[in-house]
Design a protein around this ligand. Structure first.
Ligand SMILES: Cc1cc2nc3c(=O)[nH]c(=O)nc-3n(C[C@H](O)[C@H](O)[C@H](O)COP(=O)(O)O)c2cc1C
Length: 162
């Protein structure tokens, strides 16, 4: 049987909630991508986070990841994140720099407030040319908060995981 891993980065908790639901439905292991320097998850401080994220983006930063992630045993690796400034958070570049997903199947998903996947699934295909990429799932933030078990189940069936 294929081994599944759900890897996710989340600050406000919506990509986390989606990740947990995917893991629940697939029986996958669940691992958070933890930054060395935590981001402020207080939504009242959005402007400060937006500014920091923009700075990291403009500087092509590679925010460090705290935890060691072992992707080796897994066949299918779900990778989830929020949209930040029309792309994924720069820590995802750190992930793709550090780990080689060659021979793995990557299944992306993301949360957003209108940008959809913003072309990030194509970016993943460019960064990991030797991985197989399945159709991803963009989830709007409020829908992610409401829980999307039916939509997630349909998607997992469509891509042949369930
Ligand atoms: C710094 C920052 C930048 C964002 N940029 C975008 C964007 O470009 N497009 C979009 O649709 N949503 C954008 N959002 C909204 C997030 O994608 C959305 O709130 C998401 O659900 C957050 O995921 P999380 O709860 O897992 O952190 C942005 C949010 C933040 C904090």
């Amino acid at each position: 049987m294929a081994k599944n891993l759900v890897l996710y980065f989340s600050v406000y908790g919506t990509a986390k909630k989606t990740a947990e639901e995917i893991a629940r439905q697939t029986g996958a292991d669940l691992v958070e991508i933890e930054p060395v320097t935590p981001y402020d998850s207080d939504r009242g401080h959005y402007n400060a986070l937006a500014k920091l994220a923009k700075k990291e983006h403009d500087e092509d930063a590679r925010p460090a990841i705290k935890n060691e992630i072992n992707i080796e045993p897994y066949d299918n690796i779900f990778i989830g994140y929020p949209m930040w400034w029309y792309t994924f958070p720069m820590i995802l570049y750190t992930l793709f720099d550090r780990y080689d997903f060659s021979g793995k199947t990557i299944i992306p998903f993301n949360t957003h407030m209108g940008s959809g996947d913003g072309g990030t699934y194509e970016t993943i295909a460019e960064l990991e040319p030797n991985a197989k990429l399945l159709t991803g799932l963009p989830v709007e933030m409020h829908e992610a908060e409401a829980g999307q078990s039916t939509a997630i189940e349909k998607w997992l069936k469509d891509i042949g995981i369930l």
